[in-house]
Design a protein around this ligand. Structure first.
Ligand SMILES: Cc1cc2nc3c(=O)[nH]c(=O)nc-3n(C[C@H](O)[C@H](O)[C@H](O)COP(=O)(O)OP(=O)(O)OC[C@H]3O[C@@H](n4cnc5c(N)ncnc54)[C@H](O)[C@@H]3O)c2cc1C
Length: 261
């Protein structure tokens, strides 16, 4: 059986860095280093495990992002993916979730796919909405938030763990899945993998390659707009309650004063 897997991976600003908005209220991506979204490493891992059990599988990692987003693709390639596609265009600046999903959809259709694997959410936007929009746009089933996933007999199956029950789900391929951080530790790239990744193909596409107009994406095409943003206030020193017999009372008064109780 042959299986074409596309894994959507996002290049995100490093959460440990000092992040700011730019003047146009978009994220200032130049001011902070980026990396492959940690939650997308789980998606790459699951794709690799699925491909392991198939005779003829090919994994393409796909990102929509700035020039440096190639770093995220290289990491996924060094984990073991076969090839990469990078969609980059100046007109993507300010693209919101609907725009990003449109670009990803066009790219996935152009690559060709049986299975699309996403992370459960990006570690910056954290909307967790892209997989569902992708499935809708592609016109295929979505099986999201899986902590276990497998492919057999033209179907994708998986387990979604909820608060009160675990659901066993399946859908006919082609389909879109998203996997959680409970799906299994993502492997570290080996030295051999890192060296091999340098020779793996990375294609770069712009909007024209995907038959998209600038006005369909970017700030101009966005359905959402950030109206205002203010810096988070600096942390102030905490309140220390010393227990000299009245500690419990003081604690309760403090919590009541803050309206916690
Ligand atoms: C060049 C650029 C400029 C942007 N500018 C803005 C802006 O000005 N304002 C704004 O609100 N947002 C902006 N974004 C963010 C973009 O809109 C978000 O990526 C999108 O809304 C998805 O939301 P999320 O990150 O919460 O994804 P989620 O829905 O949380 O992501 C779920 C999964 O979808 C996949 N995925 C998500 N994003 C990508 C991606 N870019 N490439 C590949 N796979 C992906 C991953 O598998 C991820 O785990 C920009 C993005 C890019 C690439």
């Amino acid at each position: 059986m042959s299986l074409r897997i596309v894994v959507c991976v996002k290049y995100v600003p490093d959460a440990t860095g000092d992040r700011h908005f730019a003047e146009d209220l978009t994220t200032d991506r130049d001011a902070v280093d980026g990396l492959l979204s940690e939650l997308d490493e789980y998606a790459v891992e699951q794709a690799l495990q699925i491909a392991d059990g198939v005779d003829d599988a090919e994994i393409t990692v796909l990102t929509v992002g700035p020039e440096d987003a190639k770093d995220a693709l290289r990491k996924a390639l060094s984990m073991g993916a076969d090839k990469a596609v990078h969609v980059e265009d100046d007109d993507l600046h300010g693209t919101d979730a609907l725009g990003t999903s449109l670009v990803l959809t066009k790219a996935i259709e152009k690559i060709g796919y049986d299975l699309v694997v996403c992370g459960m959410a990006s570690t910056d936007g954290t909307m967790g909405i892209l997989p569902a929009i992708l499935a809708e746009r592609l016109g295929v089933p979505q099986v999201t938030l899986l902590s276990e996933v497998g492919v057999a007999d033209g179907k994708v199956t998986g387990r979604r763990d909820g608060d009160t029950a675990s659901e066993q789900l399946e859908a006919a391929l082609p389909a879109v899945v998203s996997v959680t951080d409970q799906s299994g530790e993502a492997r570290y790239p080996s030295f051999k993998g890192i060296m091999a990744a340098k020779k793996k193909p990375v294609e770069s596409w712009d909007l024209e390659d995907l038959d998209l107009e600038a006005g369909e994406v970017g700030l101009a095409g966005a359905w959402t707009a950030v109206q205002d943003a203010t810096e988070r206030p600096a942390r102030t020193a905490g309140t220390v309650v010393k227990d000299e017999g009245e500690g419990g009372k003081q604690l309760a008064e403090f919590l009541a004063g803050q309206k916690f109780i």
